[in-house]
Design a protein around this ligand. Structure first.
Ligand code: FAD
Ligand code: AMP
Length: 474
């Protein structure tokens, strides 16, 4: 029987960093992962590297370049003739990026002394782990600590089950081998909007059906409003208050049925991406009597430190409460590996950034203006449009703005909301500022290089006190 200090079940962005940090902490660690790609190959990296964050960003980048070549190059004085898409080459690039990223994990494991085990892991009573390898051979492993990081899987619409051809999940939608003429996207969440943007830019007519009446309710109201405008301009046919209830499939396409304020409606498409959210994945993860508890929504119950309540059993990432984001899982994994090693560690759940990698990009951290208003604490707001940024103008990317929400009493930054170029990169400054409980004055006194997009963050902080320089204060 092999004995470890730590066994991590799941090698996605929550599990693999936990294993690496445990290795860095000189603990004997194994990471078990069962991810199998469509070609039958095993790969570490979980949803994020194989079917989520990385391939979606590869396709967003490629499709954005197509869009810019078609619609923006001429403005720069660049003549390219007719732009066409070689989807096979684009998909090959996407697959290559995924492969390089997942293979990189094996190298990282080696460097940190982590034993990577490919196959299924199951927690047994008494903190033992049953490991079933690729060939079906079972082995019982023991560990002082077990970290559960089994992730999540796409939610299926009961009335519209995935068939891998006409009705696909987000993974399927990243690997289409032809541009669908008409694409239906169910759910206007982050994943639905990113995938809708990719295929719209590559030429599909895209209709997005969203059950809620509000667009992007988690984002600041001003950002959602601005975002909706730009998605519509891109040509996404976004129908709010449209709850999909079923579909009729035929050889010629899919007739989606939905209900909106006016009653029953239908729309015909060739393919459908169901992007209505993800569910925690715990299938065959827990043996009898482990004591690990699952809540009513299927998440493994944990406390603030990711302890399950069973001695030395921890859980991190999408399988536990909190936003289903790779960086949230990563920080939890690293925190747990440090706590196991007796170090001080914690995750600051108040400063987890959210990013939507569309064009314009959208990113935020902390409280929205609506949340600040609801809290009852007096607040002030500063904003700055990219239209007034020299760098944004030079980049031909002036859509959007930066908005800072701060406390009126002590000037603490409560939230920062960005829609515009490189929003996902710019938000890092706000996250760092909030991590240090910075005030708008701290941001105001910080020198930002000129001409950079980051000046928009600086100016928005100045505008919170109506002292912006590059835009009239109001
Ligand atoms: P997962 O990545 O799901 O990994 C869990 C791993 O555990 C899998 O490999 C699984 O096979 C394995 N496993 C499960 N059970 C067992 C078992 N019993 N034995 C062995 N192995 C097991 N997040 C972002 O932050 N940024 C983004 O840009 C982003 N884009 C996304 C785009 C798409 C299309 C999707 C679908 C998701 C995206 N996400 C993004 C979300 C992100 O992918 C998840 O939050 C992240 O992968 C969660 O990490 P995890 O390690 O908890 O779970
Ligand atoms: P997210 O949870 O952010 O991935 O977003 C998923 C989105 O799908 C949410 O905004 C849901 O309101 C939406 N949604 C869920 N079920 C349906 C449905 N049957 N029809 C249309 N939209 C849906």
């Amino acid at each position: 029987m092999s004995e470890y200090d730590v066994i991590v079940i799941g090698g996605g962005p929550a599990g693999y960093p936990a294993a690496i940090r445990a290795g860095q902490n000189k603990l004997k660690v194994a990471c078990i992962d069962e991810w199998v790609n469509k070609d039958g190959s095993y790969a570490f990296g979980g949803t994020c590297l194989n079917a989520g964050c990385i391939p979606s960003k590869a396709m967003l980048e490629s499709s954005e370049l197509v869009h810019r070549a078609q619609h923006e190059f001429a403005t720069h004085g660049i003549k390219v003739g007719e732009v066409s898409v070689d989807l096979a080459a684009m998909q090959k690039r996407r697959a290559g990026i995924v492969k390089a990223s997942t293979q990189g994990i094996s190298a990282l494991f080696k460097a940190a002394g982590v034993t990577g085990l490919q196959g299924h892991g199951k927690l047994l009573k008494g903190n033992k782990v049953e490991y079933t390898n690729k060939d079906g051979k079972k082995e019982e492993l023991t560990a002082k600590h077990v970290i559960l990081a089994s992730g999540s899987s796409p939610t299926e619409l009961k009335s519209l089950p995935f068939d891998g051809k006409q009705i696909v999940d987000s993974w399927g939608a990243l690997e289409f081998d032809a541009v669908p003429k008409r694409l239906g996207v169910i759910g206007a969440g982050i994943i639905g909007l990113e995938l809708g943007s990719v295929w719209r830019r590559l030429g599909s007519e895209v209709v997005v059906l969203e059950a809620l009446d509000t667009f992007l309710p988690a984002a600041d109201g001003a950002v959602s409003k601005e975002a909706l405008k730009h998605f519509k301009k891109l040509g996404l046919d976004i129908r709010l208050g449209a709850k999909v209830s079923g579909a009729d499939k035929s050889a010629s396409g899919v007739k989606l049925k939905y209900t909106d304020g006016k009653g029953e409606q239908t729309v015909e498409v060739d393919k459908v991406v169901v992007a209505i959210g993800r569910r925690p994945f715990t299938k065959d993860l827990l043996g009898d009597g482990t004591g690990v508890q699952i809540d009513e929504r299927g998440f493994i119950k944990v406390d603030h430190d990711c302890k399950t309540g069973v001695d030395n059993v921890w859980a991190v990432g999408d399988v536990v409460r909190g936003p289903m984001l790779a960086h949230k899982g990563k920080e939890e994994g690293v925190m747990v590996a440090d706590l196991i090693a007796g170090k001080i560690a914690e995750v600051n759940y108040k400063t987890i950034p959210s990013v939507i990698y569309t064009h314009p990009e959208i990113a935020w951290v902390g409280q929205t203006e609506e949340e600040a208003k609801k809290s009852g604490r007096a607040y002030k707001v500063g904003s700055f449009p990219f239209l007034a940024s020299g760098r944004a103008r030079a980049m031909e990317s002036t859509a959007g703005f930066v908005k800072v929400v701060a406390a009126q009493d002590d000037d603490e930054i409560l939230g920062v909301h960005i829609i515009g170029p490189m929003a996902g990169e710019l938000i890092a400054e706000a996250v760092l500022a909030m991590e240090y409980s910075a005030s708008t004055e701290d941001l105001q006194r910080t020198i930002h290089a000129h001409p950079t997009l980051s000046e928009a963050v600086h100016e928005a902080a100045l505008n919170a006190d109506k002292i912006a320089i590059d835009f009239p204060n109001r």
